[in-house]
Design a protein around this ligand. Structure first.
Ligand code: HEC
Length: 400
């Protein structure tokens, strides 16, 4: 019999596509950011060209020039860069549907955070993505959008508020991935609703022989700069689901804030470097980013000790009973949970020997963080977590 786990294959294919499209998008966007900053005045450039950049790659020399508004006439062949961004979103949203909408009960909803049903959870998610874009877009177009500093500060606070909101609606893991997906959606929408349409108007004006409006290009550039600074933080949020220590922190918004600051500082280093800056303009970034990273690590790692009064100490059979009620519905050779087809990650927890074998990861997933049970579907209590942690830390004594 062929037993195909369709959901997992779908997830794998879309994840593969998401990585490829994302790499292509980010790669080209980093390159154009570099190109823009590396332009230098040069003698004999055509009218309307701001500067040129010499590059060497793959055995040849490239001479790139930028018309800040547009060339005098339409070239015969013009290459656009947009499908990388669109496919990143399409594949990313497909993953959202496959993992977090389809598996909402396991991955998105945590009834201790908010008692949602599947459709409510999905509705809030889609609503948040739309609202995130509309609010961001309106702020950019408002008078506040004229000041780069004010705008950056507002966007930063907006993202922190979103993180705070999501952690009060979804499981830690679902919340963190939603912050990343919301920011990612804003980035793609910047391409789809602003950058490309503006470019199209310019191209149409060229074809009609009219003078294009330079403001269109400037608006596009503003959005493209936002995308540039948001790229690194979004990447970390996208891989956060592999790191319970990141997503199961109670104050996710602080984690998100630090991640944005660190990613932004590193981008600033490269942007300044590409502009040909040197000396003190380049000295501070890596050290400052490292200092913020240290703050993030200490902040995340701080937790109360696992402490249990002597009378409340658990014995091996108690721990086995807890694992049997809280974990085995999923972590068994034949799981009874309807969303789970086989023991997740190959982790079976049916015997005391299994528990001992996986004790280090159990500590990480169910004691030091609340990543397991998934969405706390089986309603594990804090006391059980503490008792189990204490028993593991005492060296897992067997029955006397
Ligand atoms: C509702 C189903 C469910 C329950 C209940 C559950 N888990 Fe899991 N567990 C999962 C899934 C799904 C994964 C894979 C997570 C992923 O894809 O990242 C997993 C992964 C794990 C992993 C492996 C992580 C890794 O590094 O691969 C450990 C360890 C774990 N769970 C421990 C536990 C413990 C201990 C309990 C009980 C306290 C528990 N789980 C309860 C569904 C469950």
């Amino acid at each position: 019999m062929i037993d195909i786990a369709y959901a997992e294959w779908l997830e794998l294919m879309f994840r593969w596509l998401h990585l490829i499209a994302g790499i292509a998008w980010i790669g080209s966007s980093f390159y154009f950011m570099f190109l823009d900053y590396s332009l230098r005045p040069e003698e004999g450039l055509p009218e309307g060209v701001k500067g040129a950049s010499w590059n060497v790659h793959g055995g040849g020399f490239y001479f790139m020039q930028k018309y800040t508004v547009a060339p005098p006439k339409m070239p015969d062949v013009l290459h656009w860069f947009k499908w990388e961004a669109y496919f990143t979103w399409i594949s990313g949203f497909s993953l959202m549907v496959i993992i977090y909408y389809w598996g909402a009960e396991s991955f998105l909803i945590d009834r201790e955070v908010m008692d949602l049903n599947q459709w409510q959870a999905i509705g809030i998610s889609i609503g948040a993505f739309i609202a995130g874009w509309v609010i961001y877009d309106q702020v950019c177009k408002s008078p506040l959008g004229k000041s780069e500093i004010a705008l950056s500060a507002i966007v930063f606070v907006m993202i922190l508020l979103a993180a705070y909101g999501f952690t009060h609606v979804y499981s830690g893991r679902g919340a963190f991935v939603h912050v990343g997906a919301m920011v990612g959606t804003i980035m793609v929408a910047n391409v789809f609703f602003v950058i490309i349409p503006n470019q199209r108007i310019v191209v149409d004006a060229l074809i009609a022989g009219d003078e294009p409006d330079p403001q269109l290009g400037e608006d596009g550039k503003q959005r493209s700069t936002h995308n540039n600074y948001l790229t690194l933080p979004v990447l970390l949020m996208m891989i956060s689901s592999h790191f319970p220590m990141i997503f199961s922190n109670q104050h996710s918004w602080v984690v998100v804030g630090l991640v944005i600051i660190i990613g932004g500082i590193i981008r600033d280093y490269y942007n300044a470097k590409n502009q040909g800056k040197s000396g003190s303009r380049l000295k501070w970034q890596w050290a400052t980013a490292a200092a913020f990273m240290a703050v993030l690590m200490v902040f995340i790692s701080y937790r109360e000790d696992v402490k249990v009064a002597e009378d409340d100490q658990l014995e091996a059979t108690d721990v086995l009973a807890i694992v049997q009620t809280r974990c085995v519905s999923c972590h068994a050779a034949k799981p009874t949970d309807e969303d789970i087809e086989e023991a997740p990650g190959g982790v079976k927890l049916e015997t005391l020997a299994d528990i001992k074998k996986y004790s280090a990861v159990i500590l990480k997933q169910a004691v030091l963080t609340n990543a397991m049970p998934l969405g706390n579907k089986t309603k594990m209590t804090k006391k059980e977590r503490q008792g189990m942690g204490d028993w593991i830390k005492r060296g897992m004594p067997a029955e006397e």
